[in-house]
Write a protein that binds this ligand. Structure first.
Ligand code: GLV
Ligand code: GLV
Length: 322
């Protein structure tokens, strides 16, 4: 009889994922506390695990894997895998998987929500009314900006970027984009999206939205110099990764009203915000909710669990990374 295989899950996930693993006969352990595990807790858990489902905040580096002698697969419950040292895993024969595709629509929806929130000052309006300041309709109250005719600049035109372009088109926005390898003309024309060099996109956008994966090469892609290139009336939208933006410079720009505003779902030092960010009225802040729909979170849990089942039963996972 085979020894049972152990699956460790670093935070409670939707039931569908757990039930797939249970039905496959694995021993399951879940860190059920409502907080990230510490590094030493992770190290201890990894020692006994054949498979682990990790969260996007779990930092998995080479030395953390030293004691992980049974580990065969890390299934990251995210499309981004910037939290995992993939070459280190590969060198140790550990498969890494992610959850691509299933969060495209949810993240694109949230991006539109943030674009609209910035344009129409939703968070400001909500704070205004909760403070008891709503006395009467006012022709000058919280006046925002329309989307029709505005330029949406998309940096990173992959699955999520194109899904945002598709939505934005129906609001009458003009789409320009930058991507390392421009889309084939036929595909770009499906979104009426025009390719431009990076800094031209930054300089022309009324709404600038980031949709590229995070690597150290693109750390602070939007730095002080590039913030300076933005129109003073432009908004910066980020549902990708916080590290793409130099947040200190962003706070200064927002404070000095050198750009109109920002709407952010992600932060460089999550869950810590850059000093001063939360004091500003011209910024909308969300707690990393891009994939937070029931549909998407269920699918993410499902495909992470299915890939673990595949690897632990000697088959190929569907979503290997690296
Ligand atoms: C969310 O940020 C993800 O990468 O899935
Ligand atoms: C989104 O789902 C992506 O994989 O880019």
């Amino acid at each position: 009889m085979l020894m049972s295989q152990h699956v460790f899950i670093t935070r409670l996930i939707p039931e569908v994922g757990i039930s797939i693993l249970q039905k496959a006969g694995f021993e399951i352990k879940i860190h059920e506390e409502n907080r990230p595990m510490t590094r030493s807790e992770l190290g201890r858990a990894f020692k006994k695990a054949d498979a682990v489902i990790t969260m996007l905040y779990d930092r998995i580096d080479d030395s953390l894997l030293d004691g992980a002698l049974r580990l065969k697969i890390l299934a990251n419950l995210a499309v981004g895998t910037d939290n995992i040292d993939i070459p280190a895993c590969t060198a140790r024969g550990i498969t890494v998987t992610n959850t691509p595709g299933v969060l495209t629509e949810a993240t694109a929806d949230l991006t539109m929500a943030l674009i609209l929130a910035a344009a129409r000052r939703l968070a400001e309006g909500d704070r205004f009314i909760r403070r008891g300041l709503f006395n009467s309709w006012d022709p000058l109250l919280l006046v925002g900006t329309e989307l029709r005719g505005k330029v949406l600049g998309i940096i990173g035109m992959g699955r999520i970027g194109t899904a945002v372009a598709w939505r934005a088109q129906s609001f009458g926005m003009k789409i320009i984009y930058y991507k390392r390898c421009p889309l084939p003309t036929e595909e770009a024309s499906r979104y009426n999206a025009e390719y431009m060099p990076l800094e031209e996109v930054i300089g022309k956008a009324d709404f600038l939205s980031l949709h590229l994966p995070y690597t150290t090469e693109v750390r602070h892609l939007i730095d002080r110099k590039r913030l300076n290139m933005m129109k003073p009336t432009a908004y910066l939208i980020n549902t990708a990764r916080g590290g793409h933006i130099d947040e200190k410079s962003l706070v200064e720009h927002l404070k000095a009203k050198k750009i109109a505003g920002a709407a952010l779902d992600v932060y460089e030092q999550e869950p810590t915000l850059a000093p001063g960010l939360a004091d500003l009225d011209n910024v909308t802040l969300l707690p990393h909710l891009g994939s937070a729909t029931v549909e998407t979170r269920n699918k993410m849990a499902q495909i992470a669990a299915e890939d673990i089942r595949s690897v632990l039963t000697g088959r190929n996972p569907r979503n290997p990374v690296g």
